[in-house]
Design a protein around this ligand. Structure first.
Ligand SMILES: *Cc1c(COP(=O)(O)O)cnc(C)c1O
Length: 351
């Protein structure tokens, strides 16, 4: 079957971003490929990233993602970032997945062949051991030869004010100083871009930045390229006449004779419904408005005066003149939501 919508994944853009971020952090990368690699396709991205010299390993959020990734046998370590259920620990350890550990009970439950990364909660207050407890957990792991890494996560490193991130870093350093050497990592994309090299770190974990997106105030720090370009096909082309309306709710009314293209991607595919009456696409070499409500499987575009036929492609966002940042703004979501929301009907195609 032909695909109605395709997310083109640029290997060159991904390679460029990985090299750029590794250079900026002065470390190798532990690349987050959770949530289907931020919607880019976990297998496609993981295979490409695993062939990149600056990638040490891959990080995921759920045991199922860790299992899928480990079974690909890409020759790179896989770190699970959230605590597994007790019955998941053994199978994950058997697959070689590195496990996050934050309590002495988790240390005790760890199979002898498992490698762990001590998770320190320095202020995010989401996961891990508070600094006062982390040292004992880390010593227990080290004593058993299972302390491969030590990490924490910033709450505000992508914001202009880095005061709290620096406080978190100070707490993390105090824990590192009290433990035997291990792979230390703390920086998400915001951390890499804001701080550059952080003394004593072995790895960095940029996610969104690796896929090409950077907060406004950090755009000038280093040039990154959007990895995903989404295109959807025109399924039909027709004319509507003055006074007629288009789509649900009859929100848009033609003031003149209008050529309409129906494009095959809708909110079920991750094109945000809240972008209704704001969105534009690139079609026939121009930027043209989406007409009326965005539907589940399609939306309509004004292509008056353009040579557009069924089977042609519209570009919804990507490396060109129309970015995911813009679409996210129209849809009242952040880039993370837009990208991770790209649905299963959208084919991921590496190019
Ligand atoms: C998702 C995640 C990251 C990546 O964050 P970005 O903001 O996308 O750079 C890094 N570390 C952890 C623990 C995460 O959960």
């Amino acid at each position: 079957m032909l695909s109605r919508a395709v997310a083109h994944i640029s290997a060159a853009a991904l390679d460029h971003n990985l090299s750029t971020l590794a250079q900026r952090s002065g470390t190798r990368l532990l690349l987050p490929v959770k949530a289907d690699a931020y919607g880019h396709g976990m297998e496609v991205v993981a295979r490409r990233a695993a062939a990149h010299p600056d990638v040490w390993g891959l990080a995921v959020a759920t045991p199922a993602e860790a299992e899928t990734l480990a079974r690909l046998n890409l020759g790179r370590p896989v770190l699970l970032l959230t605590p597994p259920a007790p019955e998941e620990v053994g199978p994950l350890a058997d697959l070689g997945v590195r496990l996050p550990v934050g309590t002495l009970a988790e240390v005790d439950a760890l199979p002898a062949h498992a490698q762990a990364h001590l998770k320190v909660d320095t202020g995010m207050n989401r996961l891990g051991a508070r600094p006062a407890d982390a040292v004992a957990v880390g010593r227990a792991l080290a004593g058993r030869g299972q302390l491969e890494g030590i990490y924490t996560h910033f709450a505000t490193a992508d914001e202009p004010d880095l005061t709290f991130a620096r406080t978190q870093l100070g707490r993390f350093r105090a824990v590192l100083d009290a433990l035997p050497p291990a792979l230390a990592h703390c920086a998400n994309g915001g951390g890499v871009l804001s701080f550059g090299q952080i003394e004593g770190m072995s790895l960095a974990r940029p996610g969104l930045a690796a896929y090409g997106y950077v907060p406004e105030h950090l755009r000038r720090v280093c040039p990154l390229r959007p990895v995903m370009t989404v295109r959807a096909r025109v399924n039909q082309h027709h004319t509507v006449y003055p006074g007629e309306t288009v789509s649900y709710g009859a929100l848009w009314r033609a003031e003149r004779e209008t050529e309409v293209a129906v494009v095959g991607m809708g909110y079920a595919d991750g094109y945000p419904r809240n972008a209704t009456l704001k969105a534009e696409v690139l079609i026939g070499g121009e930027r043209r408005p989406v007409l009326g409500r965005i539907c589940m499987d399609q939306f309509m575009v004004d292509v008056t005066g353009l040579d557009v036929q069924p089977g042609d492609w519209a570009e919804l966002w990507g490396e060109g003149d129309l970015t995911a940042t813009e679409v996210a703004r129209w849809g009242e979501v952040i880039e993370y939501e837009l990208l991770t929301g790209v649905g299963g009907r959208v084919e991921r195609r590496l190019a």
